[in-house]
Design a binder for this molecule. Structure first.
Ligand code: 5MM
Length: 337
């Protein structure tokens, strides 16, 4: 299939992406937080319980997998086959993580470009039709971070990654994440996100990436999590929409937000608010990890065999976010769930 069609399918109206691409270290932390041992079997069981939820296809267009998961099988079927049967696109995280940027003040550079062309070929054969690469930035007003060097280096890597992914006939999810950690206010987040997006798209263009065949996965514009200021959803929506309209080329078919540590409720409410005021051509949807999995994980920890309740918890979050992706969510629906 043509990559532009895949990108459109990923952001189809009312559908979003499940980020289940936690590396083993992160997944171990998630499982330990609910006192479950992190074995490869448990990681597969939890993930496959979500993937085989009866109504998943109503809300989810694609799933981002980790290398371990795309190679796993359930009753002889690969995870890609299981997802394809449900009309869900399999995707794969291809970065090798954010490592310390040499001589920097605690900044990171995402690695994984060496050998990527060959790895993409294998992932395509394993069924992946899109990929994901995450650049990570943090704000420090004291140290004037993120630095220009870190923005340039990470954006350049995103550009090279995206070109390689498109060359392999897959859609790159471009994820420049500005963490919400810190005491800064929402306007600082706005200015820094703007700077990051500008450089990201400059580097994508320099690398001949066709923006009609990508999906952008940005952070929302929020107050720092230690700022003691509660986010006002209409302010979040207004600033986020304006920032994206200003910095993202209009050819980009869709924008799928990360949740970034927001609660499940906040992530849904803010997405809904953005869609309510959306006067652009972009489709705004979700590509959530924690904000789609938290309730399901807690339910699973209560009884590892209670598949039905876990799937119900997951489907509820997926449904609420699907409604938010159409601007049709409201608080009352949460109470009814
Ligand atoms: C699912 O978490 C992904 C990161 O995993 P590692 O840190 O283990 O590599 C992450 O890239 C995720 O896809 C996005 O950040 C969105 O997740 P959240 O939880 O922020 O919605």
């Amino acid at each position: 299939m043509d990559i532009k069609k895949i990108a459109k399918q990923m952001v189809a109206k009312g559908k979003g992406i499940l980020a289940a691409d936690e590396s083993t270290g992160t997944m171990t932390k998630r499982l330990q937080s609910v006192n479950v041992e992190s074995t490869s079997e448990n990681r597969l069981n939890f993930r496959n319980t979500l993937f085989s939820s009866p109504k998943i296809s109503d809300y989810i267009s694609g799933v981002i997998l980790f290398d371990e998961t795309i190679r796993q099988k359930v009753s002889g079927k690969s995870i890609s086959e299981i997802l394809n049967e449900r009309n869900i696109l399999p995707g794969i995280k291809v970065d090798k993580g954010a490592k310390k940027l040499a001589l920097s003040k605690d900044e990171t550079i995402t690695e994984g470009l060496d050998g990527l062309r060959e790895r993409l070929k294998e992932y395509y054969e394993l069924g992946a039709r899109f990929a994901k690469w995450r650049a990570v930035y943090k704000i420090s007003e004291k140290d004037n971070l993120p630095s220009k060097e870190s923005i340039k280096a990470n954006s350049h890597a995103l550009g090279r990654y995206s070109a390689l992914v498109q060359e392999a006939n897959m859609v790159p999810i471009v994820e420049p994440e500005l963490l919400m950690d810190g005491k800064h206010n929402i306007n600082v987040c706005n200015d820094v996100t703007s700077m990051i997006l500008e450089e990201t798209f400059y580097q994508l263009a320099n690398n001949n990436v066709d923006v009609e065949g990508i999906v952008l996965k940005p952070n929302m514009i929020l107050n720092g999590s230690e700022s003691n200021t509660k986010n006002n959803p209409s302010e979040v929506a207004k600033l986020t929409l304006n920032c994206l309209k200003k910095n993202v080329p209009s050819g980009v078919p869709g924008i799928a937000f990360l949740s970034g540590g927001q609660s499940e409720f906040e992530a849904t409410m803010n997405l809904n608010e953005i869609n309510k005021v959306n006067d652009s051509k972009f489709a705004f949807t979700f590509s959530y990890g924690r904000a789609l999995q938290q309730s399901a994980l807690k339910t699973w920890a209560k009884d590892l065999k209670d598949t039905k309740s876990v799937q119900h918890a997951f489907e509820e979050r997926a449904k609420m976010n699907s409604l938010a992706a159409k601007g049709k969510w409201n608080k009352e629906l949460e109470k009814a769930a």
